[in-house]
Design a protein around this ligand. Structure first.
Ligand SMILES: NC(=O)c1ccc[n+]([C@@H]2O[C@H](COP(=O)([O-])OP(=O)(O)OC[C@H]3O[C@@H](n4cnc5c(N)ncnc54)[C@H](O)[C@@H]3O)[C@@H](O)[C@H]2O)c1
Length: 265
């Protein structure tokens, strides 16, 4: 499990443990990975998924010391938001613009490519395996206010499609997970905030789900060998509407963006 130290990854570690899986928690934040590993009787690794050498050594070490990886979840992801001047801006916010694009590209896309390069040949040799790639509804629709996140999550969905098409008949199962808002640090909700008291840290994003609910959906999707896992069911309808009339969908998104900026002003 990459990015298993927090949020969706952590919840999925807990949920998969209930299925009696042996869990390996990998995260760029080693302390967080260790904390989760302790709770699932698993092993923790410090890993930057955007670094191919590190990822390859990680897979090697896990397979040598623990055993063959049957299910690999590429869950780590990053997003930074556009600068106020929008999608075409050269300016950065807290992180310089090109650094934001580069980080999104490495973590949201290349990490999935690196994992597949390392694991597909091993899984094929063993007669099969399962890759779960966590993308986002932003990879099917778009995230207003984050061009780099939207573009790279689209790429992540497209890469998962390629994997499924090319390697499905070789026994490699692929699922891509496309949630909308989930109550994690990614949308400004600190770990273990007031989530358990029924609130979401004051965040009022529509239809927000808990990471535990998303983990439940992912496990159900894996059980059914579903390619596209949509924890928020309306995403399927939005995606169909977009496919039916792309121009109309863009107009709708422009109206939505206007509404959001009026709310902020
Ligand atoms: N929270 C949402 O609203 C939401 C919606 C759709 C998709 N997602 C996706 O879900 C996935 C999990 O995000 P989350 O919401 O749980 O956020 P999160 O910030 O709680 O967790 C992300 C985890 O990834 C780790 N990470 C970041 N960069 C890494 C790197 N280079 N190498 C290894 N680990 C790294 C972080 O330390 C963290 O533990 C991401 O891919 C995200 O894009 C989140």
């Amino acid at each position: 499990m990459t990015g298993g130290g927090h949020g969706i990854g952590r919840a999925l570690c807990h949920r998969l443990r209930k299925e009696n899986c042996d869990i390996v928690v990998a995260d760029i934040e080693e302390t967080a990975a260790k904390k989760v590993a302790e709770t699932v009787d698993g092993r923790a690794f410090a890993l930057d998924v955007g670094n191919e050498t590190e990822l390859s050594e990680f897979v090697n070490q896990v397979e040598q010391e623990i055993g063959p990886i049957d299910l690999f979840v590429s869950n780590a992801g990053v997003g930074f938001g556009d600068a106020v001047t929008g999608a075409a801006s050269k300016q950065g916010g807290q992180v310089a613009c090109d650094d934001r694009w580069e980080a999104c590209w490495r973590v949201n896309v290349m990490a999935h490519v690196y994992a597949a390069r390392e694991l597909v040949p091993r899984m094929r040799e063993r007669g099969g395996g399962y890759l779960v790639n966590v993308a986002s509804a932003a990879g099917l629709l778009s995230q207003i206010g984050d061009a780099a996140y939207s573009a790279t999550k689209h790429a992540a969905v497209a890469f998962a499609e390629s994997l499924a098409i090319t390697h499905g008949e070789q026994g490699i199962h692929v699922s891509v997970v496309c949630p909308q808002a989930v109550a994690t640090r990614m949308i400004g909700i600190e770990d273990d905030s007031d989530l358990r008291e029924g609130g979401f840290g004051g965040n009022d994003v529509d239809g927000i789900l808990s990471p535990e609910a998303v983990a439940e959906c992912i496990v159900a999707g894996i059980d059914e060998r579903r390619f596209l896992i949509l924890p928020h069911s309306p995403v399927a309808t939005y995606f169909q509407r977009k496919a039916n009339d792309h121009d109309r969908w863009i107009s709708g998104m422009q109206r939505f963006q206007r509404k959001l900026s009026e709310k902020k002003a």
